[in-house]
Design a protein around this ligand. Structure first.
Ligand code: KG4
Ligand code: ZN
Length: 354
């Protein structure tokens, strides 16, 4: 069989299918220009929750089961068929290799069969651009905090639209720290939303958790110290629990005090770094993206600090903050309009950087 002949013209508002499968969400979305026609996410949280974290082998098997269904659902919801598409965009890294390959193969098959441009998207650029997808143009320069379960970094965006990394994490990601602390206290996975919900019922001044300092003055992040300090405190007070926790156990006041202290300290650290980076770059706006951008305290603190400093502040709504394919289609749309294309030989790149 030979592939369909390649299309040559690109409309100003192209119809782009996005596909995302880098971790534990199988996702597909259709954009017409910047308008989201569909954004379908099949979450595997229920599969991995009893195990306390994402199991790569299980994740790729579930992607295989879900990918066609999710793509069909996204097309149907958008009222489009494969023949209507102008391009296919897909995450090719970073992420779990077996998971990335499932989305990549699906995207390549569609691109080859329909003669469509294939666009290979960096997952982190997807998170970063989710802010633009929701809000349109953001004042330049902007300082962007991308914080998820796998990555945490600060990126400067200037007029040219090329992200420049200002800081990265030297160990765990912010979301990973939330997940690990919740787990050691016997709380369900993923821990971030649970900590967010329980922390307001605890005393944030109960436990002192110091911010790490970089001896070289860099704005890089580090979260393993928070985690170790929380573990030491939990052990000394007998707060640690086996995972999974017994059904129906409610966290003690001491546990909630630790959660509140942990969240306040981590959020304070994120906000300090973001604001210092924004100041150094003379940014006009600060943006939040990635799963951790759902955190209520983080949003509130960044909004307060931004207002105090006269900066515009943008964060993304929940369905665009967590892993989704609309953000991947958005980066693909930008590549398409800029004339960039990936070859059918593009490979998964688990360690891809931004
Ligand atoms: O962006 P995302 O869906 O997937 C990755 O690319 O990793 O982020 C998931 C991460 C998890 O670590 C989860 O605990 C964290 O985001 N998260 C939160 C909240 N909601 C999700 N962390 C803190 N507060 C929240 N409300
Ligand atoms: Zn992500």
């Amino acid at each position: 069989m030979s592939p369909a002949p390649a299309r040559v013209t690109v409309p100003a508002e192209p119809l782009v299918l996005g596909i995302e499968s880098s971790c534990d969400e199988t996702a597909a979305a259709v954009l017409r220009g910047r308008t989201i026609l569909s954004n379908v996410i099949a979450s595997q949280t229920e599969v991995h929750a009893p195990l306390g974290g994402v199991v790569p082998e299980l994740a790729s098997r579930h992607h295989l089961e879900q990918i066609d269904l999710v793509i069909d659902a996204a097309l149907e919801k958008a009222g489009a068929g494969l023949g209507d598409l102008d391009a296919v965009a897909v995450t090719h890294g970073p992420g779990l290799v077996g998971c990335l390959l499932v989305g990549l193969q699906a995207a390549k098959a569609i691109a080859w069969g329909r003669g469509l441009p294939l666009l290979a998207v960096n997952h982190l650029e997807g998170h970063l651009r989710s802010v633009w997808l929701e809000h349109g143009d953001i004042p330049s320069p902007s300082m962007n905090l991308v914080a998820s379960g796998g990555h945490t970094g600060l990126y400067l965006m200037e007029e040219d639209g090329v992200p420049r990394r200002i800081a990265r994490t030297r160990d765990d990601a912010a979301g990973e720290a939330f997940d690990k602390v919740a787990r050691m206290l016997g709380l369900p996975y993923p821990g971030g939303p649970v900590v967010d919900r329980l922390a307001p019922t605890g005393d944030e001044r109960a436990v002192r958790l110091a911010h790490p300092k970089m001896s070289d003055g860099s704005l890089d992040f580090s979260f393993s110290g928070f985690k170790t300090a929380a573990l030491r405190h939990a052990q000394s007070r007998g707060l640690t629990r086996a995972f999974p926790p017994p059904e129906g156990e409610t966290p003690s006041q001491e546990t909630r005090d630790l959660l509140a202290s942990f969240q306040t300290s981590v959020v304070g650290f994120l906000v300090d770094r973001l604001m210092t980076a924004a100041e150094r770059a003379r940014a006009r706006a600060v943006c939040l993206s990635g799963g951790v951008a759902c955190n209520s305290l983080l949003r509130r603190r960044v909004a307060e600090e931004a207002e105090r400093r006269g900066l515009a502040m943008f964060s993304v709504r929940r369905d665009l903050a967590v892993d989704n394919a609309a953000m991947i289609a958005e980066v693909g749309r930008r590549q398409l309009l800029a004339g960039r294309r990936a070859g059918l030989d593009v490979n998964a790149d688990p360690g891809l950087e931004l």
